[in-house]
Ligand binder design. Structure first.
Ligand SMILES: Nc1ncnc2c1ncn2[C@@H]1O[C@H](COP(=O)(O)OP(=O)(O)OP(=O)(O)O)[C@@H](O)[C@H]1O
Ligand SMILES: [Mg+2]
Length: 324
């Protein structure tokens, strides 16, 4: 079955006085319907820019975004309207993303009215109460303002607002990182139940690999505007191949304290996306780098049907790699 979303060579560069900021720099990824994809990577690697560009909230610099068989990268303004209904977003900070002057009712009524899903007070109320119940809240919350809700309740409203338009795919940008762990767990469970019931597709962004482990069947690892490893979450976490993925995993608190940490730790800073290093972006921080790594950019190569890595250690030049 073709992927719901097939992103090909997507780039998003921002102009800046010191040169183009290569925030997203040639990303390929596929997301299948009714699946969850998790994207991890350090701060500033381009995760938010990537999902904003996929949703056409930002104009792509180049590349294709094939959604349901159509290249939406080429969509004009009028065609983007339908996209706003099919792709929804849950933001990191519910406090910032909810208008403080609107009641819960108004916040949820707005997308329903804009997209003509419900009209008139009665129809709107019926739908909104149903949505609130789905999110474990009651009709008494309808008249509340965001400041009268807890952090967890605010994010439930953020999720309800995304669900209101009956989207196919929901992008979740660190949806629970501003919440306490116990609240986080409840919201993640709720999201998963809703995804199954409504056969939704989720695209999660997170710094937290332990969260991706729980929610996503497939994951991608992003470094300085590029995907460096992609595959089944279970496979990658059991046996990471890209040296950056290995480093990221070793920086994560190990759920099993008896399991020893490996020798590699991620050192150094992420280079600037204005002047990325030549060859492989990761080579200045990589403990395995050799000549070719500073000369040639590694392509994303398939290790198996569902697993790809962009690293010369797994390419044609691998024989020249120094042995360790
Ligand atoms: N509008 C913009 N103009 C110029 N540069 C930008 C703009 N938006 C983002 N950037 C730059 O693009 C790069 C990627 O930013 P982005 O916000 O996508 O990273 P991120 O992975 O989401 O980070 P975080 O985990 O901190 O949210 C950064 O270097 C950032 O400074
Ligand atoms: Mg971000």
């Amino acid at each position: 079955m073709p992927a719901l979303l097939d992103v090909i060579g997507l780039t998003k560069h921002f102009p800046s006085p010191s040169g183009a900021v290569r925030a997203v720099d040639g990303v390929d990824l596929q997301i299948h319907r009714a699946h969850t994809y998790g994207l991890v990577g350090e701060s500033g690697c381009g995760k938010s820019t990537l999902i904003r560009t996929i949703q056409r909230l930002l104009e792509p610099t180049s590349g294709q975004i094939i959604y349901k068989g159509q290249d939406i990268a080429a969509y004009k303004r009028a065609q983007l309207r339908t996209l706003r209904k099919e792709m929804a977003m849950v933001f990191q900070d519910p406090h910032m993303s909810l208008n403080p002057r609107m009641t819960v009712f108004d916040i949820l009524a707005r997308p329903l009215q804009i997209h003509g899903i419900a009209r008139g007070k009665d129809a709107l109320t019926l739908r909104i109460v149903h949505l609130l119940q789905k999110l474990g809240m009651q009709s008494e919350h309808l008249v509340r303002f965001p400041h009268e809700l807890s952090g967890g309740q605010k994010q439930r409203i953020g999720v309800a607002r995304a669900l209101a338009v009956e989207p196919d795919i929901i992008f979740l940008d660190e949806p629970t990182s501003a919440l306490d762990v116990s609240v986080q767990t409840k919201i993640l469970k709720l999201l998963e139940n809703i995804r199954k019931e409504w056969e939704l597709t989720y695209f999660y962004i997170s710094h937290d690999i332990n969260l991706v482990r729980v929610v996503a069947e497939h994951m991608g690892v992003m470094y300085l505007g590029k995907i460096v490893e992609v595959g089944r979450t279970e496979d990658i976490l059991r046996d990471p191949h890209h040296p950056y993925t290995v480093g990221l995993l070793q920086a994560v608190p190990e759920p099993d304290p008896d399991k020893p940490l490996g020798e590699l730790q991620l050192g150094g800073e992420v280079p600037s996306p204005v002047n990325p290093p030549p060859g492989c972006n990761f080579h200045p921080r990589c403990p395995h780098a050799w000549d070719v790594c500073s000369q040639m950019e590694p392509e994303l190569r398939m290790l198996s049907a569902e697993w790809s890595v962009a690293c010369h250690r797994y390419g044609d030049d691998a024989r020249a790699a120094p042995s360790r």
